[in-house]
Design a protein around this ligand. Structure first.
Ligand code: IMP
Ligand code: MG
Length: 169
């Protein structure tokens, strides 16, 4: 176990308070990246005391492997436009930064009023593309983690704690 459920809960609540303080009254669109970020989104959304709406974007950059292929593909686009809105991208983990670099660029082109990123986990040691994170839950070392939405080959998303995948050197 790397980060326990209680620690996650406390940090997400803190992030929600900070986001609430940073945004003026008014609508805030949260965009979660499927599927891993859904767990974080559900908890974060309830910790934000603003007029929140949610949408989802499907992006795939990994297969079953634990290292990035470097290729990004949109598998599901947003249901709603974001022009003129305050938008916060909600992501589970930033590793190489390739996914968020790509997503930030395509969403920026749609003319949101503001566009920021909240990531629960940050693995800065493997960064290949610079990504500016407005909100970060935890910085973690270069280990493959599962739980609280994070998977290995679609497994372990339902673990309450964030755990290091076993069998790694
Ligand atoms: P990036 O494009 O390399 O930043 O990869 C980000 C995506 O890779 C995340 O949205 C996750 O889906 C996945 N990912 C990166 N590191 C891990 C990990 O340690 N466990 C599970 N998924 C990971
Ligand atoms: Mg993901």
């Amino acid at each position: 176990m790397l980060i326990g459920a209680g620690e996650i809960r406390a940090r997400v609540a803190e992030m929600g308070r900070q986001i609430t303080a940073d945004y003026a009254e008014g609508p805030l669109r949260l965009i979660a990246i499927l599927k891993g970020a859904c767990f974080f989104l559900c908890d974060l959304a309830r910790a934000i005391d603003r007029d929140v709406s949610i949408d989802f974007m499907g992006i795939s950059s990994y297969g079953r492997d634990t290292s990035s292929s470097g290729e990004v593909r949109v598998t599901k686009d947003l249901d709603h436009e974001i022009a003129g809105l305050d938008v916060l991208i909600v992501e589970d983990i930033v590793d190489t930064g390739i996914t968020l670099d790509y997503l930030h660029r395509i969403l920026e082109q749609r003319g949101p009023r503001s566009l920021r990123i909240a990531a629960l986990l940050d693995k800065p040691s493997r960064r290949r593309k610079p990504v500016r994170l407005a909100y970060t839950g935890f910085q973690i070392p270069d280990q493959f983690v599962v739980g609280y939405g994070l998977d290995y080959g679609e497994r372990y998303r339902n673990l309450a704690d964030i755990c290091v995948l076993g069998g790694q050197p």
